[in-house]
Design a protein around this ligand. Structure first.
Ligand SMILES: Cc1ncc(COP(=O)(O)O)c(C=O)c1O
Length: 390
């Protein structure tokens, strides 16, 4: 990997240390250009006309999305964000009172909130699968709960927003495939960090977003819909004329592919930027990205673990590009200000992002540090020195 070339293509990287890729990464210039150029074309030629001219290029979004997830183009839908993807998938499940939804203690807060909302409205039961002592989902408990409770849906977040934990999605997939439970995987933080093979996960639906480790624009998301879910006729509750054709006064026919889950009106400029981000990532290759990230993160974890007044808070046998630590010495506001004044982008995560996890860890908030492959060893070193002086 030619880091200097990659940094030259990352305009923001020379001006600051950006360790908030779990929030939103720095886009490559080509991605930002693709969005800008598309908007200019709309400005000069008209929105509908531009979409017509650029149809073939826009279709590449689905092709690259399929390459990312090792599936077919017809399994891919474009959405506005990961939560949107998750909710569209969820809305396709016709829940009845008493239906069980299995979750993990490390699912994304919006996923918990929407399930609690469904509980309030439809009386579903949310049941949490136990964790192992290292923090991941307990596979034996998962299988036992699937067998005995026959849940309508399993929801798992691959990498939580608030810690470096990585759930063993392929092991979960092996378990889930034995049963008839629907499975919705939130891969928002893992896409762009790890190779996510849709079929190996066993998931019926996978949600993701572009602005994080995929380095795409804000306001763009991706949804994978399995062949099984498409063939079984799952369709979003608020399906529109993109997803279906109105054929008679009382009839509509859903389309066959995952575009069934899209809206007719959409931000094509962001789809173009997302297509470009996928192209960029695929050209570098996810394996080299993962290898470089593993090495950067090992240096960061080692350096920070030697500082005695902070506590690293990440659990799990395998860890990701999210590192979190607590520090009783400074308030959340002081910490944010300190890093901002030193030209370093980090994020602080409050308890409300992960109430179950943070209460177990007994921390009110953490510093979240999330480098990506375009960051350098020297930036990691500078960051460790800054934390020493916190
Ligand atoms: C694990 C996880 N899932 C889902 C989301 C939601 O993504 P979006 O804001 O694109 O809806 C996030 C955002 O931080 C996340 O970290």
């Amino acid at each position: 990997m030619d880091i200097q070339a990659i940094r030259n293509q990352t305009a923001g990287s020379e001006k600051l240390i950006h360790f908030n890729n779990a929030g939103a990464a720095l886009m490559p210039v080509s991605v930002a250009d693709a969005v800008r150029d598309y908007i200019t074309a709309e400005e000069m030629q008209g929105g509908y006309e531009t979409a017509d001219h650029k149809r073939a290029e826009l279709e590449l979004f689905y092709q690259y999305g399929a390459q990312l997830l090792h599936c077919k183009s017809h399994n891919i839908a474009f959405t506005t964000n990961a939560t949107d993807s998750y909710n569209r998938a969820l809305s396709s499940v016709s829940f009845k009172t008493g239906d069980v939804v299995l979750v993990t203690g490390n699912d994304y807060p919006s996923n918990f909130i929407v399930l609690l909302s469904l509980k309030k409205r439809y009386g579903i039961n949310i049941v949490r699968v136990a964790n192992t002592h290292t923090g991941e989902i307990d596979l034996a408990d998962l299988e036992e709960k699937i067998r005995t409770l026959q849940p309508r849906l399993l929801s798992v977040t691959h990498i939580p927003t608030s810690s470096g934990l990585v759930q063993p999605v392929e092991d979960i997939g092996r378990t889930v495939k034995k049963y008839d439970t629907l499975y919705l995987l939130d891969a928002c933080q893992s896409l762009g960090q790890f190779d996510v093979d849709a079929l190996s996960t066993g998931a019926d639906f996978i949600s993701g977003t572009f602005r994080k480790f995929l380095r795409g624009p804000r306001g763009a998301g991706i949804l994978y819909v399995s062949d099984k879910a498409l063939d079984a006729g799952f369709e979003p509750l608020y399906i529109d004329l993109r997803g279906a054709e109105w054929t008679e006064e009382n009839t509509y026919i859903p389309r066959k592919d995952a575009k069934r889950f899209e809206d007719w009106e959409t931000a094509y400029s962001l789809m173009m930027g997302s297509k470009e981000a996928l192209k960029y990532l695929l050209a570098i290759g996810i394996d080299p990205i993962e290898a470089r990230n593993t090495s950067l993160m090992a240096g960061l974890r080692k350096g920070l673990s030697a500082i005695d007044f902070i506590q690293l808070q990440d659990r799990g046998k395998k860890q990701s590009n999210i590192l979190t630590f607590s520090c009783a010495k400074r308030s959340e506001q002081e910490t944010k200000k300190y890093f901002a004044q030193n030209n370093v982008n980090i994020y602080t995560t409050p308890r409300s992002a992960a109430v179950i996890d943070f209460d177990e860890k007994k921390v009110p908030w953490v510093v979240r540090v999330s480098p990506h492959y375009y960051n350098t060893e020297s930036e990691i070193e500078q960051f460790i020195r800054l934390v020493e002086k916190l």
